[in-house]
Design a protein around this ligand. Structure first.
Ligand code: COA
Length: 336
C-alpha cells in the first residue's frame, strides 16, 4: 500500500470582479447585508460572451498544478473533475479536460457532489493511488455559477453568495505512509436533497418536450434553490462532526491542526467552527471575502492560496472539510 500526496496546486479565477455594490444595481440588496450575513465583499464572474467555461478554467488551474508537480501532462494516469456547473449536460468536463490538455486517453471521472466535490474527488483519487493502480491523478474543482443564477431580487438569497473559479491538485504516489493524505471521510444524507438543489434540467419529473412547449419564463426550477437557514444549521453540525471523525481516526486532537481549510460556504460558518474548536486565526484559512462560495472549487483555491502564502509547511497537519448540497459532507486529514 502507498499513500498519495499533493505534489502540485493551482487555481484560476476570472478577472472580472463583481462587488456587493455592483449586485445592488441588479437586485434589492446591499453591501452591509451581504457582509454581515456571509462575510463576502466581492466575487468573480466570467464575462458574458467571454472565453471562460467551467472546463477552460479547470484546464488553466490544472496546467499550473501539473507544472508545480514537476511532471509532464502525459504522466497523468487519471482525471477526476468535480463540478455542479458542467459545460454540457453530458458528457461531463473530465473528458473535455483530457481533450483540451491534449493528454493520452486516460480515464476521466466526473464527480457530482457539489460543495463536497473536491473532498470526494481527492478521496477517490487517494484510493486509486493507495492500491497502486495509478501514480499521478489530476483532481479539478471548477464552477461557473454566474451564467445559471437568478440575478434579480427573486434570486438574491442565493446569487449574492456564489462565484466563479477553479482549483486543481495533482496527487502522486508517496511511499512513506505517514505522509500525504492519511484518511478521508465521506457522508451523505439524501433526505435533504431538495433543500439546496437545482431541479431542472433533470429528467425526473418532466419530459423535455413538455418543458420546451411550456417555455415558461417564470419557471424557477432552472435556478438554484437554497433553504439558507436549514443549510446553515446542518452545516455547522456536520463540519464539526466530520473534522472530529478524521482527527479521531488518526488519534489526533484539535490542537494538532496546523491549518484547517474549510469549504468557503459562508464566513459565519467558518467562524463558528473556529470558535467551537478554539482555533487561532492563523490555523483557519478563509478567502470567501474575495471569491464568494465557489462550490467544488473553493477548497482547491483556498488550499493553493494558503500554500502560496507560505501558510502550509512541510510536516504540517492540514485538514480539509466540506459540506453542501445533497446533503454531502467530508473531510481529509493530510500530513503535508
Ligand atoms: C443565505 C443566508 C446568508 C441568509 O441569511 P438569513 O439570516 O438566513 O436570512 P433569511 O433567508 O432568513 O432572510 C432574512 C431577510 O433578508 C432578506 N434577504 C435575503 N437575501 C437578501 C439579500 N441578498 N439582500 C438583502 N436582503 C436579503 C430576506 O428576503 C429576508 O427578508 P424578510 O425578513 O423581509 O423576509 C444564510 O441563511 C446562510 O448563509 N445560509 C447558509 C448558506 C450556505 O452556506 N450555503 C452554501 C452551503 S455549501
Amino acid at each position: 500500500m502507498y499513500n498519495s500526496k499533493i505534489t502540485g496546486l493551482g487555481y484560476y479565477v476570472p478577472e472580472n470582479v463583481v462587488t456587493n455594490d455592483d449586485l445592488s444595481k441588479m437586485m434589492d440588496t446591499n453591501d452591509a447585508w451581504i457582509q454581515e450575513r456571509t462575510g463576502i465583499k466581492e466575487r468573480r464572474h466570467v464575462l458574458k460572451g467571454g472565453e471562460d467555461t467551467t472546463t477552460s478554467m479547470g484546464v488553466k488551474a490544472a496546467k499550473i498544478a501539473i507544472e508545480r508537480a514537476g511532471i509532464d501532462k502525459n504522466d497523468i494516469d487519471f482525471i477526476v473533475f468535480a463540478t455542479l456547473s458542467p459545460d454540457y449536460y453530458f458528457p461531463g468536463p473530465g473528458v473535455l479536460v483530457q481533450r483540451d490538455l491534449g493528454i493520452k486517453t486516460v480515464g476521466a471521472l466526473d464527480v457530482r457532489n457539489q460543495c463536497s466535490g473536491f473532498v470526494y474527488g481527492i478521496s477517490v483519487a487517494d484510493q486509486y493511488i493507495k492500491t497502486g493502480m495509478y501514480k499521478n491523478i489530476l483532481v479539478i474543482g471548477s464552477e461557473l455559477h454566474s451564467h445559471g443564477m437568478d440575478m434579480t431580487t427573486r434570486g438574491r438569497g442565493v446569487s449574492v453568495i456564489f462565484g466563479d473559479g477553479a482549483g486543481a491538485a495533482v496527487l502522486s504516489r508517496e511511499e512513506d505512509t505517514t505522509k500525504g493524505i492519511l484518511t478521508t471521510h465521506l457522508h451523505s444524507e439524501g433526505q435533504h436533497a431538495e433543500e439546496l438543489s437545482l431541479i431542472a434540467p433533470g429528467m425526473g419529473k418532466r419530459w423535455v418536450t413538455d418543458i420546451l412547449e411550456d417555455n415558461d419564463p417564470n419557471d424557477e426550477s432552472y435556478y438554484p434553490h437554497m433553504n439558507g437557514q436549514f443549510v446553515f444549521k446542518n452545516a455547522v453540525v456536520r463540519f464539526s462532526e466530520v473534522i472530529m471523525e478524521g482527527l479521531q481516526a488518526n488519534k489526533l486532537a484539535v490542537s494538532d491542526i496546523n491549518m484547517l481549510i474549510p469549504h468557503q460556504a459562508n464566513l459565519r460558518i467558518s467562524q463558528f467552527i473556529q470558535k467551537k474548536f478554539g482555533l487561532q486565526d492563523d490555523q483557519v484559512f478563509n478567502n470567501i471575502m474575495k471569491y464568494g462560495n465557489t462550490t467544488a472549487a473553493s477548497i482547491p483555491i483556498a488550499l493553493t492560496e494558503a500554500w502560496e502564502q507560505g501558510k502550509i509547511k512541510k510536516g504540517d497537519l492540514v485538514v480539509l472539510a466540506a459540506f453542501g448540497s445533497g446533503f454531502t459532507w467530508g473531510s481529509a486529514i493530510i500530513r503535508w
